[in-house]
Design a protein around this ligand. Sequence first.
Ligand code: GRF
Length: 216
Amino acid sequence: MSKCRVGVLISGNGSNLQALIDACGLADFPAEIVVVISSKADAFGLERAKKSGIPALVLDHQDFASRALFDEEMQRLLDRHLVDVVCLAGFMRLLTPAFVHSWQDKLVNIHPSLLPSFKGVHAHRDAIAAGVRISGCSVHFVRAEMDVGPIIMQAAVPVLPDDTEEVLGKRVLAQEHVCYPLALRWLAEGRLSVVDEKVGVSAVAYGESALLVPPH
Ligand code: GRF
């Protein structure tokens, strides 16, 4: 069977991109990354893509007069590569509602908190400030509002008393690298359905979409 064609959008380091690249390297993985597009020319993720022989493109918002024009060009690039599914992996731009709607339930994001808590770019700082005992990550379908959308999978990790943003970030990131490939696998296998903005995962034990990582 032909594999699901994935476009990955990045802006930075691309460690989640790397986790997806590694998963796509497995013979039985049902998806392949056909293009990586970065909003920043110096994103290290571009090197990761090139190293794996994946077309790596840059789309700089400064070259576009509006958000809509930027997204239209993004759409053209994805169409040109016959992309079926788009994964946001540290992509630091808000996409227009028109773009998001056109990718309904085919556009996924990973966020470093247990959504709907701690949306935005300071998830770890906010989690520590709130004094929560547990944080984690969420893979979700994207909706027009930032960090909102039906949740596919979450992993929970402890927040320890001496945690800094960096330490907690590393603990969460390790789980992001577990969750994102699994969520993409389910999506590519056609196991996911969205009813009333809740995700059902067929033929997968419910617990597999809710990982609990104990303190160590
Ligand atoms: C991750 O923490 C992801 O959840 C967030 O941005 C970060 C990207 O990291 N959306 P990387 O570029 O994948 O290493």
